[in-house]
Design a protein around this ligand. Structure first.
Ligand code: SF4
Ligand code: SF4
Length: 405
């Protein structure tokens, strides 16, 4: 694609990067076929190619309006388009630059600004989020049905294993997961313990930065990323095998640190080290002998592969083949490449589109009557559970159950 971006913009790191990405696009349109928002809305501007043109136009000095903002807001950053693209267009990085530019140029209405500000302050703060979730649970019986479904019931207290092992990993627990589903990380630590791997935890655990990035709050995101790097580097020096997350969205975000800080002379090197150490839990478990977690009887399940796992980290099929090897009978899922509509704060900011995507997803996941649905990301898990009676679990909790049989 030819571009005509002014030199003043090309001289900035973002301008140069955007220009390189735009020039790699051959506007073939293959990506539109796998874009969930294009499939749902049928408007070229709600598909990747249309969004690429919007960003190109904006960088070349064209008009930027609420309409531009809306088409970019509707993008889930699911990266299905990247998986499909034959030219290797890094759409997510381009979208990030485009969204930040619109954010700076178009002021949002007061209600939107307020909602975004609340999300920005509450979600990444474990204290605030736990407090609000606790209040939500307390007043659950009095809440409208729609809201009730969004508040998960509290889980029984579970404890991390205490045994020390020579092999160690650092677990990044993140912001919302410990309050919403603490059993996931506990189950994972027990699985690792049985494999002779010790799970180290941070005293000052906090968000990986994905929430701020989703809300286009770039400075806040980078500040958090730098703080995380400072907190995690001592563990790398201690020799941990991996910096691990059980939420595929967080694992992806940490793998992006190297890209996020590539122009920061002080942090670029350590960001690269942290990203190289980052692993999704499936990458750790896939290398281990998991025979002790094999099922005695096959179990009919469906697996929902989060976009952050299959498109973002390009680990398509990894959890599915691991589970099949352990005796799980995986039901076929139509349109498994499409997003469930959760995508960070998307389900709150674009509720109608998010719900429509979830309806398609749960219909396809339950088409063959599985006993349960397994997934690999906390956001997808609770988003889908709110629209389903079939239980939705993180796949590592299945492994722990299998190992206890
Ligand atoms: S598939 Fe790739 S090259 Fe083709 S239009 Fe989409 S982003 Fe551009
Ligand atoms: S990231 Fe997802 S929603 Fe956004 S343009 Fe690409 S396929 Fe469509």
């Amino acid at each position: 694609m030819q571009t005509n971006i002014p030199q003043s913009i090309l001289d900035t790191p973002q301008g140069k990067e955007a220009n390189d990405i735009l020039r790699s696009c051959v506007h073939c349109g293959f990506c539109t076929a796998t874009c969930p928002t294009y499939q749902e809305l049928g408007d070229e501007l709600d598909g990747p190619r249309g969004r690429i043109y919007l960003i190109k136009d904006m960088l070349e000095g064209g008009d930027v309006s609420e309409k531009t903002q809306l088409h970019l807001d509707k993008c889930l950053t699911c990266r299905a388009c990247e998986t499909t693209c034959p030219s290797g267009v890094e759409f997510a990085h381009l979208a990030e630059i485009g969204k930040a530019m619109v954010e700076a140029k178009v002021q949002r209405p007061f209600k939107q600004r307020l909602l975004r500000s609340v999300l920005l302050h509450v979600l990444p703060s474990r204290t605030l989020f736990s407090t609000f979730l606790g209040l939500g649970r307390l007043f659950r019986p009095f809440l409208p049905e729609k809201l009730k479904k969004k508040i998960p019931k509290s889980q029984k207290t579970a404890y991390f294993p205490k045994k020390e092992h020579l092999r160690k990993v650092l677990l990044i627990e993140g912001c919302v997961q410990p309050a919403m589903s603490p059993e996931i990380d506990v189950a994972t630590a027990h699985v690792l313990d049985k494999l002779g791997i010790q799970t180290l935890r941070l005293l000052q655990a906090q968000c990986c930065g994905a929430v701020e990035n989703h809300l286009n709050a770039k400075d806040a995101a980078l500040k958090r990323v730098r703080l995380n790097i400072d907190l995690w580097m001592p563990y790398v020096e201690l020799g941990v095998e991996a910096i691990l997350s059980t939420a595929s969205a967080c694992a992806l975000e940490i793998k992006e640190y190297a890209h996020l800080l590539k122009d920061d002379p002080e942090y670029a090197e350590n960001a690269k080290i942290i990203s190289a150490k980052a692993k999704d839990i499936v990458q750790v478990l896939a290398d281990e002998d998991l025979s002790m977690f094999k099922l005695a009887e096959p179990k009919r399940i469906a697996f929902h592969a989060p976009c952050t796992l299959q498109h973002g980290q390009q680990l398509k099929g990894s959890v599915e083949s691991l589970l099949m090897g352990l005796g799980y009978d995986l039901m076929p899922v139509q349109d498994a490449h499409l997003c469930c509509g959760s995508s960070g704060t998307y389900s709150i900011l674009q509720p109608e589109l998010s719900k429509a995507l979830r309806n398609h997803k749960v219909k396809n996941l339950t088409a063959h009557n599985p006993e349960l649905i397994a997934t690999a990301n906390i956001g997808c898990l609770h988003h889908m559970q709110a629209g389903l009676k079939t239980p939705v679990l993180h796949w590592t909790t299945l492994l722990k159950q299998g190992g206890e049989m």
